[in-house]
Design a binder for this molecule. Structure first.
Ligand code: HAM
Length: 497
C-alpha cells in the first residue's frame, strides 16, 4: 500500500493565496505603473545563474554568498556500467583523463583530487581488488562535471550580467530597468524573513553618476510607497565612498577595531579581518557604545565623493524628500560605492527594512563589461505587503462583480449567454454549473462577495429581461439586456474594476 502522507511547503517558503494574491498583483502592478512613468522598462531574468556571478558581484565574504545561497551542480554524470568490467574501468579512466586535459571537467580543487584518486584506484584494482574498485567508483561519482549554479539571492548581479551580455551600453541614455520576482536565501525564517522571498527592484545603468539620478530613483521609490499606502516609513541615506577613499577608511576602521577587539563579540571580531565595515551593522547592545566612537566615513570621503554626497542631499531637498543620514548604513553586499540607502517601515518587528539599494559604479566592469555607473534598489515585497496589511489601509480591490442566479432549465442558455457577454465587458462573473435553489444561490453569491446577483428565472426569459439585485442594499431593478450591459459597464468604470 502506498504511504499516505501530506506534503507541506518547504520551511521558509509559503503559498500566497487569494485574496492576498490580489493584493500582491495590485502592488506589483502599481510598481510597474510608477516605474514606467519614470522611464523604467521591464526586464525578465533567469531564476538561476552561474554561482561565480553572485560570488564575484556580491562578494565571497558576505553572509549572502558565504552562508545563504542555494547552490547546486547542474549534473552530468559519467555513466557506469553494472556490473563493471576491467575494460570499463580502463575506458572510464581514459575518458576522464582526456576530459580533464581538455577542460571539459570544471577545474576545481575537488575535481583535481578526484581525477588523481580515480586514476590511482584504477591502477590498483588488479592488485587490491574490491577496496580499490569501491574507491574508483566513489571518485567517479564525486566528479562534479556540471556547472555550479545558484538560485538567485538578488537580481542586481543578473541585471549587470544581462547589460553586458546584450551590449546594452550602446543604447541611448541611461538604461533603466525594473524587475519583480522570487529570490532565494537560506536565512533563519521568521516574520518578514523567508527563504523564498520576493523583490520588486529597479536599476539605472549608464555613463553618468550625476546625483540627480540617485535622487530621482529615491523620488520614484517614495512616490511608489505613497501610492501603495506605505507611509510610515523612514529613508536612511549614506555614502560609503569609492575605491579611492574607502580602502583607506576601512584600514583606519580596522586599526581602531583592533584596539577594542577584546570588547567585541565573536562575529565582529571575525569581521575585523574579513570585512570591518560590517561591524557597523551590528545590533548587539554591548557593542553599540563602542561603535558610536569609531571613525565615521563621512569624515574620510575623498573630495569627489564628498561633493557627490553633498549634491545628492541638495537634490533630495529640492524634491522635498525627507531622509535621515545614517553613517552606519554600509549594506551587506560588496558591490556598493558612494550612495547607499535603506527604507524601514512600521509594523514589522526586527525585520523592518522594506527596501535597500545604492550605487554600484564598478560592478559592470568587475564582471568584464565596459566602465559603467549604476544605481538601484530592491523592495522586499513580502515585508512591504505585511506592513501595508498591519497599517490596515488596504485598497478596495475589484472582486466578483456578478453572480448569475439562474433557475429552471429553460433559463440556463440565457444565463450562459449573458455570463459570456458580461465577461467580455471585463466583469468578473460566477455562473453556477448546476441549478441551485434561489435562497442557496443568493447565499453563495453573498459568501463569494459578489456585488450583484443577476436573477434569471422563467419569467425573465419569457419577458426578455433580467433582474439585477445589488447585494449590499438589496436594491433590485428589471433591465433589458442592453440596459443591463450599459449599467454594469458604467458601474465597472466607476469602481475601477
Ligand atoms: P537587500 O538589502 O539584500 O538588497 O534586499 C532588499 C530587500 O529585500 C530588503 O530590504 C528586504 O526588504 C528584502 N529581503 C531581503 N532578504 C529577505 C528575506 N530573507 N525575506 C524577506 N525579504 C527579504 C538587494 O537585494 C540589492 N540587490 C538591492 C539593490 C538593487 N541594490 C542596488 N540595486
Amino acid at each position: 500500500m502506498t504511504e499516505k502522507r501530506q506534503f507541506r511547503a518547504i520551511k521558509g517558503t509559503r503559498d500566497i493565496l487569494p485574496p492576498d494574491s490580489a493584493l500582491w498583483n495590485w502592488f506589483e502592478q502599481t510598481a510597474r505603473e510608477v516605474f514606467e512613468s519614470y522611464g523604467f522598462r521591464d526586464i525578465r531574468l533567469p531564476i538561476f545563474e552561474e554561482t561565480s556571478l553572485f560570488a564575484r558581484s556580491i562578494g565571497a565574504d558576505t553572509d549572502v554568498v558565504a552562508k545563504e545561497m542555494y547552490t547546486f551542480e547542474d549534473r552530468e554524470q559519467f555513466r557506469v556500467a553494472h556490473p563493471l568490467t576491467m575494460v570499463d574501468v580502463i575506458r572510464i579512466d581514459e575518458a576522464v583523463a582526456e576530459a580533464w586535459q581538455h577542460g571539459r571537467i570544471p577545474r576545481t580543487l575537488a575535481n583535481e583530487t578526484e581525477v588523481l584518486r580515480l586514476h590511482e584506484a584504477s591502477q590498483n584494482i588488479d592488485r587490491e581488488g574490491t577496496p580499490a574498485l569501491l574507491c574508483f567508483l566513489d571518485s567517479v561519482r564525486n566528479l562534479a562535471l556540471g556547472d555550479s549554479l545558484t538560485l538567485r539571492p538578488e537580481a542586481t548581479a543578473s541585471v549587470a550580467r544581462a547589460y553586458i551580455e546584450h551590449g546594452m551600453h550602446t543604447q541611448p541614455g541611461n538604461v533603466k530597468l525594473y524587475y519583480s520576482g522570487p529570490m532565494f536565501r537560506r536565512e533563519r525564517p521568521q516574520k518578514g524573513r523567508y527563504r523564498q522571498f520576493y523583490q520588486v527592484g529597479a536599476e539605472a545603468l549608464g555613463q553618468s553618476d550625476a546625483p540627480g539620478i540617485d535622487a530621482e530613483v529615491l523620488e520614484m521609490l517614495l512616490v511608489f510607497f505613497k501610492r501603495v499606502g506605505l507611509t510610515q516609513t523612514t529613508l536612511y541615506v549614506n555614502s560609503i565612498g569609492c575605491k579611492e577613499c574607502r580602502p583607506k577608511y576601512v584600514e583606519l576602521l580596522r586599526e581602531e577595531l583592533r584596539k577594542v577587539k577584546d570588547r567585541l563579540g565573536p562575529d565582529s571580531q571575525r569581521r575585523i579581518d574579513t570585512n570591518p565595515l560590517r561591524v557597523l551593522d551590528s545590533k548587539l547592545p554591548d557593542e553599540q557604545p563602542i561603535i558610536e566612537k569609531l571613525p565615521r566615513i563621512s569624515n574620510h570621503l575623498c573630495a569627489d565623493c564628498g561633493e557627490h554626497f553633498a549634491k545628492l542631499k541638495d537634490e533630495l531637498h529640492l524634491r522635498g524628500i525627507v531622509y535621515e543620514e545614517n553613517w552606519r548604513l554600509v549594506r551587506g553586499l560588496d558591490y556598493y560605492t558612494r550612495t547607499t540607502f535603506e527604507v524601514t517601515a512600521a509594523g514589522l518587528g526586527s525585520q523592518n527594512a522594506v527596501c535597500g539599494g545604492g550605487r554600484y559604479d564598478g560592478l559592470v566592469e568587475l564582471l568584464g563589461g565596459p566602465p559603467t555607473k549604476g544605481i538601484g534598489f530592491a523592495i522586499g515585497t513580502d515585508r512591504a505587503i505585511l506592513s501595508i496589511q498591519e497599517g490596515g489601509k488596504l485598497p478596495q480591490l475589484p472582486g466578483l462583480a456578478v453572480f448569475v442566479a439562474w433557475m429552471g432549465a429553460k433559463s440556463y442558455p440565457a444565463a450562459v449567454a449573458i455570463a459570456r457577454k458580461l465577461r467580455e465587458c471585463g466583469l468578473a462573473v460566477e455562473l453556477p454549473p448546476e441549478e441551485m435553489k434561489f435562497k442557496k444561490s443568493l447565499g453563495l453569491a453573498d459568501k463569494l462577495g459578489a456585488r450583484y446577483a443577476l436573477i434569471i428565472g422563467e419569467d425573465e426569459v419569457a419577458s426578455g429581461t433580467f433582474t439585477l439585485k445589488r447585494l449590499a442594499d438589496a436594491e433590485q431593478k428589471k433591465l433589458s439586456e442592453n440596459d443591463l450591459l450599459e449599467y454594469l459597464e458604467s458601474e465597472r468604470r466607476g469602481s475601477g474594476a
